[in-house]
Design a protein around this ligand. Structure first.
Ligand SMILES: C[S@@+](CC[C@H](N)C(=O)[O-])C[C@H]1O[C@@H](n2cnc3c(N)ncnc32)[C@H](O)[C@@H]1O
Length: 416
């Protein structure tokens, strides 16, 4: 076991690593954005949600001279802060009815977590908190059952912070998505560890088959000519398989560099709803330099993109320069995509977002911005839900409809 994640009975806390801090920052930011958007509706006065930490650890780390909360406390505090913040200025008070389920298979880690929760003022019999000792997979059926009992839509966030890549089988993720409509999963996956230890015999093992690893995959990987590009391309192939086998419609793979282990980790966000992906993307833009997304940001496909080979400058990081490049790429790529998806010259903006959501690093606002530019250039007409033509340059909304202009244009000249 990696020794930066050992919580012993002596109460000594592990030292936190840089990439663990980043990971927990992203989790915290995501939850902040999540609650802010989900409860934006002023008429809503109660939100039921389950927060599942499937690999909870012992609850705290040492960070220089300070104690730093681990993921269970990040979840608890995020909800408490959200309630405080979201109730400011509300006439109808909002209640977040959150259930927390923490699982860890090491008894000592569970005990350390109990101590840490107590130290932070949570009673042992706090009805909101369930702590389970055992593996995540063995507890999953009961967890799902519990969530379904308390809420119809199964609104839940699963934080699955495994050490490597073998403790969260794809079948478990599929089960989550087939049984809980509003579930989201944030999965830690040691993508480089999987690649570094691949052997010919791995193709015969179910552990690797579930990630699309077969003889061909292994031989392509072993015969890579360029380490950097070969790795980037193989990582993308793995991501595509994980996405396909997860049962989730939306998949946002972002990469986290572990300086200690000298390898890439992947923190993947999986969901069934485009709005959830959009929220996660906005967090990655906020955290710009910590994460690097592999590939261009405009429109790309996950499995294999020749542009990765054509342009060695293919590491996309979330900095301001890339925002400009992204805008340029989207202006070039969106018209043909809109054209391709349009049916009889019409396309709902929501459908466009659902179709391209997985293939862009752009948030909905970035896409709206480009659509608005295209409308100003008379390349598109935009109609509101009420069927009114919007003035070019007016803000685009998710409920709008795009219509092919009657005149031929620069981007849409023929074949309509
Ligand atoms: C990376 S640490 C978790 C760190 C924690 N999420 C945090 O951010 O503070 C992984 C934890 O998962 C536990 N673990 C390992 N295999 C497990 C399994 N199959 N099911 C549940 N817990 C497991 C380990 O004991 C360890 O405490």
């Amino acid at each position: 076991m990696a020794n930066n994640f050992i919580w012993g009975s002596n109460g000594v806390l592990p030292k936190i690593e840089e990439h663990t801090k980043r990971k927990l920052d992203v989790l915290k930011n995501y939850l902040d954005v999540y609650f802010e958007t989900v409860v934006r509706n002023p008429a809503l006065d109660q939100l039921n949600i389950a927060l599942v930490d499937g690999f909870s650890g012992g609850g705290a780390y040492i960070d220089a001279a300070e104690t730093r909360p681990g993921s269970p406390l990040v979840l608890l505090k995020s909800v408490e802060e959200a309630v405080g913040k979201l109730n400011e200025g509300r006439t109808k008070p909002l209640e977040i009815n959150a259930r927390f389920i923490f699982v860890d298979d090491e008894r000592e880690h569970v005990e350390a977590l109990r101590r840490e929760l107590r130290r932070n003022g949570y009673a042992d019999d706090d009805p909101r908190i369930t702590i389970l000792n055992g593996t995540f997979v063995e507890h999953l059926p009961a967890i799902i059952h519990q969530i379904k009992l308390t809420q119809r839509k199964g609104r839940s966030i699963f934080f699955l912070d495994q050490f490597g890549y073998s403790d969260v089988p794809m079948s478990a993720i599929r089960t989550i998505f087939t049984t809980l409509d509003r579930a989201e999963v944030v999965l830690n996956f040691a993508i480089d560890s999987l690649l570094n230890y691949l052997q010919e015999a791995s193709a015969g093992l179910q552990l690797y088959q579930q990630f699309g690893v077969d003889d061909r995959f292994i031989s392509d990987w072993q015969q890579r000519k360029d380490e950097h590009m070969g790795r980037a391309i193989t990582q993308r192939a793995l991501m595509a398989h994980i996405h396909m086998n997860s049962g989730a419609k939306f998949f946002t793979p972002f990469m986290l560099w572990s300086r200690t282990d000298n390898r890439w980790m992947m923190l993947a966000h999986l969901s069934q709803h485009q709005a959830a992906r959009d929220k996660m993307l906005s967090v990655h833009w906020q955290k710009q330099n910590s994460f690097t997304h592999i590939g261009p940001g405009g429109l790309f496909s996950l499995g294999y993109d020749t542009r990765l080979i054509e342009s060695c400058d293919s590491l996309f990081s979330f900095s301001e320069i890339d925002k400009t490049a992204l805008n340029r790429e989207l202006v070039n790529a969106l018209p043909s995509e809109v054209h391709r998806i349009m049916h009889e010259g019409q396309l709902e903006v929501s459908r466009l977002l659902a179709e391209i959501g997985n293939r862009t690093a752009g948030t909905n606002n970035d896409i709206f911005h480009v659509l608005s530019e295209l409308a100003q250039a008379r390349e598109l007409e935009v109609f509101s839900t009420k069927g009114k033509l919007k003035r070019p340059g007016t803000r685009i909304a998710i409920s709008d409809r795009l219509v092919r202009p009657s005149q031929t244009t620069l981007f849409f000249p023929s074949r309509w």
